[in-house]
Design a protein. Structure first.
Length: 348
């Protein structure tokens, strides 16, 4: 059939136009899980699941067994579903050839699903390209990418309504900036916030008091504190992150990402471009909020200050990964350097 996205697989399932083969991968874990479950419910009667649903872990798979199951006729049902999770395409060229050969003549009553959930395949590898080509001819190759911030916000607004609460679009976007753009996490947060609102409105105040902040949101608090010359608050945020047992290397990576966001926005503004232009050029799909926050936090900083800040972060990253110096001490030293730079001073 063809390479398709979320809209197309959603339409297929709605119309009952099921392909005999699906290769499912992409960035959005929640959507992959959701559509795999939708395929199960559309093709396999739960009463006969033990006969018509065959699950395989790609890392430990005996491909011959999986393909033998795929040849079976369904029991009291229209389809026989074989789901192979996280098959390493680079594992065996002969295995890829076996799958390709099977896909050249898939039984009409079989739905073979190869899904990448736990890890992302190397899209440039010869093995994965061969699988894409074979599934493209036999059925559907489905790449589920992150939704845009606007789409996720609309989903949250409608989700709140289904849960008996109300959420306006601006607060939906604010929730994304606080809890991150992972759909599963956001929907869990929405369950909690809707319950707390008890049929009322989910306000910014409720989000601030109830929503779980993701690492990036806490780093935003940290950089905002630095730009506001509030060193005590910046250290308080850093201490909270250590109390939460966050990985120091990951913390530094997020701090670096935030400063890169600010530098991109600042350079774009100097050149006469908006943060929307930056979002399109650097593919901030579903993370547009990051650039809005960057525009806010870099307002008082110059390009030179941002370059010096990025240099300090890189230097700390090298020390963090190559020395035995206490990691918390290194990050505390970095916060002090970023604070000094933001004030226009220099450090030795």
């Amino acid at each position: 059939m063809a390479k398709i996205g979320e809209a197309q697989i959603k339409q297929q399932l709605k119309e009952g136009n099921i392909s005999n083969a699906y290769l499912i991968y992409g960035e959005e874990d929640y959507l992959k899980s959701f559509y795999i479950n939708q395929l199960k419910s559309k093709t396999v009667d739960s009463a006969f699941e033990s006969f018509n649903l065959h699950l395989f872990d790609g890392k430990d798979i005996d491909l011959d067994d999986a393909l033998k199951d795929a040849e079976m006729l369904p029991m009291m049902s229209g389809y026989n579903l074989v789901l192979i999770r996280d098959y390493p395409a680079e594992k065996s060229k002969s295995d890829v050839n076996l799958i390709t050969e099977f896909l050249s003549d898939v039984p009409e009553t079989t739905v073979l699903v190869l899904a990448y959930e736990a890890y992302s395949p190397d899209e440039k590898s010869a093995g994965f390209k061969s699988l894409v080509s074979a599934f493209d001819k036999a059925g559907s190759v489905v790449k589920l990418e992150k939704r845009t911030e606007a789409d996720v916000a609309k989903l949250l607004v409608s989700g709140a309504k289904k849960r008996g609460a109300t959420l306006d679009i601006s607060n939906a976007k604010y929730l994304i900036s606080v809890s991150g753009n992972d759909l599963k996490t956001l929907l869990n947060e929405l369950d909690k916030l809707s319950g707390f609102a008890s049929g009322g409105e989910i306000t910014k105040e409720i989000i601030d008091s109830m929503a779980t902040k993701c690492l990036q949101a806490r780093v935003y608090d940290l950089t905002k504190a630095i730009s506001a010359n509030n060193l005590d608050l910046a250290y308080s945020v850093l201490n909270t992150l250590f109390e939460m047992k966050e990985d120091p290397i990951l913390m530094l990576a997020v701090i670096g990402g935030v400063y890169v966001d600010m530098y991109r926005v600042k350079c774009a503004k100097t050149a006469g471009f908006s943060y929307d232009d930056v979002a399109n050029h650097y593919n901030y799909k579903s993370r547009e909020f990051a650039l809005k926050i960057a525009a806010r936090d870099c307002a008082k900083l110059t390009e030179k200050q941002l370059r010096l800040s990025v240099d300090a972060i890189i230097d700390t990253d090298i020390k963090l990964k190559s020395t035995a110096v206490d990691k918390k001490l290194l990050l505390e030293e970095l916060i002090a350097k970023l604070f000094i730079i933001s004030r226009g001073d220099t450090y030795a």
